[in-house]
Design a protein around this ligand. Structure first.
Ligand code: UDX
Length: 433
């Protein structure tokens, strides 16, 4: 099938690449000319495992190409996926200006029937807005259908999640569009949820809000664990065996970050408000997440007493492992708060240093974890990259000024760290000092 994907960010790029891999004739579009030139030359704008190989293969086999000319992409396709950004406004509401602009451009360009699919996370009723914009601007007699097909991929596993999704949601009010979408996703084995457009849009918001709430719940439990002397890892394990609960997303830490959860939770609160519902549970989810970062900074302050003359080593900057994404990473707040107190920061991240450089100032970026440890008064672990789980703990101790670690992701065993002679503080577990 001839498919175009407008917007080549995480969602658009993964979608375009996977649809090409499934055998379709795909054009990926983006208004960022530099990004498109790089993509056509096999240079990826983001770090995402498996993406580069797949893009290169599909470009070589002529199933995939990229353009900065949206009109060219629109004319090419029978099915147009809209995957442009839906950033938050200052109020927390979703800014739909990019989606609206693309909808208008589609309307002005198309000359025959198209299925227009919106994949970005959007407020309920966006599908109707898109329908209205296209309906008002399209040439007379040209038919079209709008479909909501929300994307659930996670950064770091974007290709795998797109190839092997837990489910595919298709929200449409036309049989013809549903049949076309079924054909698109035919090669992918996953439960298909066919529904109306509004329910599809809500499935996405409700899913992200629920996952964020699960994280805030375990973070709140971690606080009780600290106050009562219990161990949150054991509590999560014990809860997780209950099939109604499951262990995933019960990792206590320094709070969720990234470009989805923080903005989607805020947006869902706003949407609820607009419908006249005060979503207090979600407000608490947000507040607990904010507190989690503040509590971590407080742990550092309580431990170091005078931060002003201290050298603080940071392991991990990205909002989670296997991505270079720094958007809404808890590390940013934590580092900036410590800098306000005069701390000298040394930091290392396997992938995110380049991006971190554009957000954070006055940091000594290091080539590896051991360089971070050299002369450090304290080590803070902020992202649970696998390589941090395999560090030579004895070497770390020999390099640091003080053997002191505050682990925001609970990746080490407290007893082991104590045996190695460390003072070790983590989240929702007893400190060993
Ligand atoms: C998320 C959703 O999972 C995905 O379905 C949606 O489409 C986009 O948003 P992503 O932002 O890539 O994906 O990251 P995810 O792996 O879900 O993690 C989000 C945040 O939660 C990270 O900051 C992570 O560190 C944090 N997290 C996750 C926890 O703190 N504890 C957990 O147990 C799980």
């Amino acid at each position: 099938m001839k498919i175009s994907v407008i917007g080549s960010g995480y969602v658009g790029l993964s979608t375009a690449t996977v649809l090409a891999e499934l055998g379709n004739d795909v054009i990926g579009a983006d208004i960022d000319k530099d990004k498109i030139e790089k993509l056509n030359n096999g240079i990826m704008p983001i770090f995402e495992p498996g993406l580069k190989e797949l893009v290169e293969r599909n470009i070589k086999e002529k199933r995939l190409r990229f353009t900065y000319d949206n009109k060219e992409a629109i004319q090419h396709a029978e099915i147009i996926f809209i995957c442009v950004g839906t950033p938050p406004k200052a109020t927390g509401e979703t800014d739909l200006k990019y989606i609206e602009a693309v909808a208008k451009e589609i309307a002005e360009t198309v000359g025959s029937y198209k299925v227009i699919v919106h994949k970005s996370t959007v407020p309920v009723e966006t599908g109707e807005k898109v329908q209205k914009i296209i309906g008002e601007n399209v040439k007379e007699g040209v038919d079209f259908d709008v479909v909501s097909n929300p994307e659930f991929l996670r950064e770091g596993t974007a290709i795998k999640d797109t190839m092997e999704p837990d489910r595919i949601v298709i929200g449409a009010d036309s049989e013809k569009a549903v049949e076309i979408m079924k054909k698109v996703y035919g090669p992918i084995k996953a439960p298909l949820i066919i529904t109306d457009i509004r329910s599809a849009e809500l499935i996405k918001h409700a899913s992200n809000a629920f996952l964020a709430t699960k994280i805030s719940f375990i973070n709140a439990v971690a606080q009780i664990c600290e106050l009562s002397g219990a161990d949150v890892e054991k509590v999560a394990e014990g809860m997780g065996y209950d099939k109604r609960i499951m262990r995933a997303f019960l990792n206590a830490g320094i709070g969720y970050g990234g470009f989805c959860f923080p903005k989607d939770v805020q947006a869902f609160i706003k949407i609820s408000e607009q419908y006249g519902y005060d979503f207090q549970l979600l407000k608490a989810t947000h507040d607990i997440n904010e507190q989690q970062k503040e509590l971590f900074v407080q742990k550092v302050k309580n431990t170091l007493k005078d931060i002003g003359d201290k050298k603080i080593g940071i392991l991990g900057l990205s909002f989670k492992p296997n991505t270079d994404d720094m958007r809404f990473a808890p590390s940013v707040y934590i580092i900036q708060e410590l800098q306000k107190e005069g701390a000298k920061i040394k930091a290392y991240d396997p992938e995110a240093i380049e991006r971190a450089k554009s957000i954070l100032n006055d940091i000594e970026f290091c080539k590896d974890s051991y360089e971070v440890c050299e002369g450090a008064d304290i080590l803070l672990l902020l992202t649970e990259w696998n390589e941090f789980k395999e560090l030579d703990i004895k070497k770390i101790k020999s390099l640091m000024k003080n053997p002191l670690i505050i682990d925001g992701r609970n990746i080490y065993n407290p007893e082991d760290m104590q045996k190695e002679g460390f003072s070790y503080i983590s989240i929702g577990r007893k400190d060993v000092v």
